[in-house]
Ligand binder design. Sequence first.
Ligand code: GDP
Length: 486
Amino acid sequence: LPCTVRDLSEAAGIPAMQIQRVLMQEGVMARINDSMDEDLTEFVAAELGLEVNFAQAVTLEDELLASIRDAEDPEDQLQPRPPVITFLGHVDHGKTSLLDRLIGINVVSGESGGITQHIRAYQIEKDGAGISFVDTPGHEAFTEMRARGANVTDIAVLVVAADDGVMPQTEEAISHAKAADVPIVVALNKIDIPGIDPMKAMADLSANGLQPSEWGGDIEVVKTSAITGEGMDDLLETLLTVADLNEYRANPNRNALGTSLESQQESGHGVVAKVIVQNGTLRVGDVVVCGDAYGRVRAMFDTLNPELAIEEAGPSTPVNLLGFNTAPAAGEHFYVLDDIAKARELAESREDQARRDSLGSTGPVHVTLENLFDRLGHSEEVQTLNLILRADVRGSIEAIQKELTKLDHPEVKLKSLLSTVGGVTEGDVQLAAASDAVILAFNVVPDEKARSLADKLGVQIRRYDVIYKITDDLKLALEGMLKPEE
Ligand code: GDP
């Protein structure tokens, strides 16, 4: 666990200068944001007459929560759980309308400009089987959640308007769903529009690597209309079939764990958190911890019918939960613990940690070509280096991809998450952060927003203008010989 000069100074309440002086006596020139390893920190602390147990809180927390998260469920306890579905697609292709139609409400017409503002999460029933929907406004939210390690989605429904076909955001959505490694079902929407030819959209899909099953591929394409209701049953049945094939299961007989989707302070209610249970059963009265928030579940309400109080919520069930002391961040995991004192301790240690993180600079948190080798050193297995490629023209992409296939390494596989023409966007950076990828920009530049987001998230964007330089760098990176960029 790295500890910076500043961390120690703040934790101990002594001036950083004093720490730097001790380091200097040891021949170490340290700036305020430089990290010290555990031995050095302990040495400095001893010199200054301090006692350190800086790693303890975090380790305790990580260990305890990991043991809950990773606890194997006995085979005989596992039961089928409803699939969790997310709609992705180009703006205005009908994501909101389709979900409204499926759950039988109308949000589109009621909302300002029809823009989905918040995450919506509902569970419905079809022929006795549950299906849950988590609707994120745009795939940014979907990817941001993944970046926090919250993989709530089992199946992505790619909504494509039949009159428009595959658009830029559809392409992005496809790469996001692929990076998340979830099955894709296509809703070919607006099929009611007179005179449209669904063949064009089908050909678009096929060109993007989604071969429709009626053309011999493995992607189910369901023709839908959110206006007439055509194809709704078909869509639900397809989703249940995909779910059956994938055998999503969970153990309802354990303490619940899941993810917070969003939360807010509501006057008169306190904190209302929308959470989805991913394993176990959540009950009123349970002690929960979620990042720096904790509490006892005071009440739970149905998300479709906010007046309806619920006593318990099983796997894949979204609920509005009352009882947290403060609003947990979206995408944060929650856990049920047996002991409220422990929950408070964990939440408080997390809060301290967050404060510390926001103080020191944490450096690159994601893979870079320079740290690739060190990262790989930790494992024997074949590893994947995820790449996102942006280039000026189609021809460059093809040429680079051809070169990349020539790079053959026994332990590292290169995987291209997205290769498209155009400058690096914020969406690319989010995708890279969620999937731990390096962005290669060939003859293009990141826009200002993308650049600052990359800095913030610790994502590497490497710019090139000669193709062989890319493969040279990758070769060096794989050997651990790449020098940091000037
Ligand atoms: P989103 O941005 O993907 O969530 O799209 P919306 O659900 O907000 O829909 C955008 C517009 O398309 C709205 O005016 C809808 O009424 C319209 N729309 C959505 N689905 C259909 C459909 O199946 N047929 C037709 N004709 N219009 C639709």
